[in-house]
Structures are given as structure tokens and as C-alpha cells.
Design a protein around this ligand. Sequence first.
Ligand SMILES: *Cc1c(COP(=O)(O)O)cnc(C)c1O
Length: 410
Amino acid sequence: MTEVFTGNFTQQEPIPEEGITAALAVLRSGRLHRYNTAAGEVAETALLEEEFADLTGANYCLAVASGGYALGCALRALDLQAGEPVLTNAFTLAPVPGAIAAAGGRPIFIEVTENLVIDLGDLEAKAQAHGARLLMLSHMRGHLCDMTELMALCDRLGVQVIEDCAHTMGAAWNGVASGRHGVVACYSMQTYKHINSGEGGFLISDDAALMARAVLLSGSYMLYAKHRAAPPPEAFEAVRMVTPNVSGRMDNLRAAILRPQLKLLGERVARWEALYRMLEAGLVATPGLALVERPEAETFVGSSFQFRLPDWSPARIALFLQRCVARGVELKWFGAAEPVAFTSRYDHWHYAEAQSLPQTDRILAGLIDLRLPLTFTPQDCEIIGRIIRAEALAVGQGPEPEGVSAPAIQ
Ligand SMILES: *Cc1c(COP(=O)(O)O)cnc(C)c1O
């Protein structure tokens, strides 16, 4: 009998009971706005910021409405000028170029390597060609480039690094937390990331002037002294009257849900690694299928898994995806002609100027991606691995298919 997987690729774990209790207390208090506190009370949002700053070792932390908001806020806090070029990964998701465009910048895409990280040679060439001063480095799907080399290169080029850590909360390079290499880092707490409040984002930084601007931008009015993980009031003096309010605050309800999850992050990272390694073991040495190498220096969070089908025709990949879906394994394909659900590609973002990235085109043409929610068990990953392997062998070694189109996957 053909084995079929019956798990759900979009089902996350419930909010911990402690978070539900804390959320109910916020609802009962009626004080959901972060600056609406009773005498002597410290808002859940301010406590959350303090705890995330502690967890990452950053001096300052600001909680905001979404990861995309955090990225835009970081660019504005770095005084992005209208029409200014911002270097970024060609392999990323829509909120990244979207944040650059919305803040008035011009996304300049950098090639991806076969190990799914930014190409440092192309980065250097384009930083120089465009005279860019900002890199929005997206650690897309949790793959960290050599952060030591990247920071040395950017320091030499005079480029400031904004880290997009939407997929690297809990990850590290040589033991240094992801998000602690650049001048500022942004995280997302959207349902599919590593802690879940539906929507939400963080900025962290050690730069007091930058963070004072970010706090004001987020919509702090003149209440910034209510923050705990923010610079002291003096840091706001020079900017409090000249920084526009671009409201995007986090509220106490979301903060209450998130605080207990911060404590679970380490345990979640370990569970994700077990899922990832189980799937990887099932796919190793599959003819026609290339795995992504994970460097020794990288502590990664295996919340998703990628592999490549190098040089497969689009029709062959479409047939493979169809057959996997028929067996309950939902895969995403970065090579699809049209954007589907969450998955799109740099040449689908027509608000950015058209750019030619032949290396990225070649790699994304064969790039397959799947989520590994924590509701999966290692045994689930064993089944998924068996199905992918069997279908990759059957389709990869079968005749060239005709007239097959890729299934639509959410
Ligand atoms: C999710 C995500 C973001 C931020 O997204 P929000 O949905 O706005 O929180 C940024 N970058 C990447 C790569 C993402 O996947």
C-alpha cells in the first residue's frame, strides 16, 4: 500500500496555558494599550522587551506590530533617504523588499549561493556599484552566511547591516546570537515563526540614538519613559520633536501571550533540530536531490527544510510536487512561474526595478521548501522523508513528463 502522510503543515502548537492565563488577566483589566498602566504597574509589553533584550544580550529592545513593521522602522531610524539603494537578498520573502519600498528605498538584490545564503562576491560588487550604505540581510529560511566574513566585508565597505531574523530567533553564529552582528536586528512573532502572537515584531540594538528614534517612530508620543529596555530619556531630547509618529506599537495582550513562550525558545530549538535531522537523514544520498550544507559554526532553528532538484525541468518538478501532495506532503517551490500563497520570488516584485540575477534564477528554479511545525514528531519526519525520497526517485528517473502544472499549495 502507498504510504500517505496525514499531518497538517500549517498547524502550530497551542499558546501555553501560562500565556492564556496572562492574556485573560490583561483582558479583564481592560488596559490593552501599552501606555495604559495603573499606578505602579509595569506593562506586559515593557516586561517582554526587557526579557527579549536579556535573552539576546542586546542593550535595547522595542516590540512592534509586525516583523515587516520592524524592518521599515529600522530603515527609518537609520535615516533612509527617498530613492536610496538598500542591498538585500534576492532569496527572501515579500515583507523584506516591501519594507524597503514602503520606507522610500530602492531594493537592490544580491545573488544567493547553493547553500541558500547571500553571495559575498556579488554583495561587494553591488555595494560598490551603487554606493550603498545599508544592507538588509535576510537570514532566509534560517540559513546564516559566514557572519564573521560578512561583517568584516561590510565594515570595510562602510555598509551598515540590518538583520532580518524572522527565521533565526534562537539561532547563533559561533555562539553569538543571530541579530547581534548588525547595527540593528528585526524579528517576527507571526504565527509561523518561532514564537507566536498572530502578529508581532521586535527590534534590538545597542545603539541608543537609533533606538530612541525607533521608539518615537513606533508611536510612543511623549511616553517613552515608560519603556524599560529603551535608552534613558536624555537620548530622546534631540529627536523627540523631529521624529514622525508612524504608529506600529505592540499591545499588552500579545505581549502577555509571548512572555511565557520566550522561556520555551531553547527547548523549541532542540525539538526543531530533532525534526530537521530526522528528515535530513531520510533524504541523504538521494540521487537527483541536493541537500543544503549546514556549517559547523551555525546553530540553526530547523523550523523549515529546503532541498534542491538541480537541473530538473519545470514539468518534472511539477509532477514531483503533484505526487507528493497526493501523498499528503505539501511542498513549496521557489521556481514556479507565478507567485503562490506565501511563496514569491524577486522577479515577482514589480515595484522594484527589474534586475538580472542568473545565479539566483538557476538555484531557485530547483528549490523546494517545506514547513516543519512543532506539532510534527520525528516519526512524522521519517514518513515525510520516505515519501519525498520515493517520489524523487520515481519522477527523477522516469520519462520527461508533458503538460503537467504545479499544484496550488497554501
Ligand atoms: C515573516 C517574515 C518577515 C516579517 O513578516 P511579518 O509577517 O510582517 O511579521 C520578514 N522576513 C521574512 C523572511 C519573513 O519570513
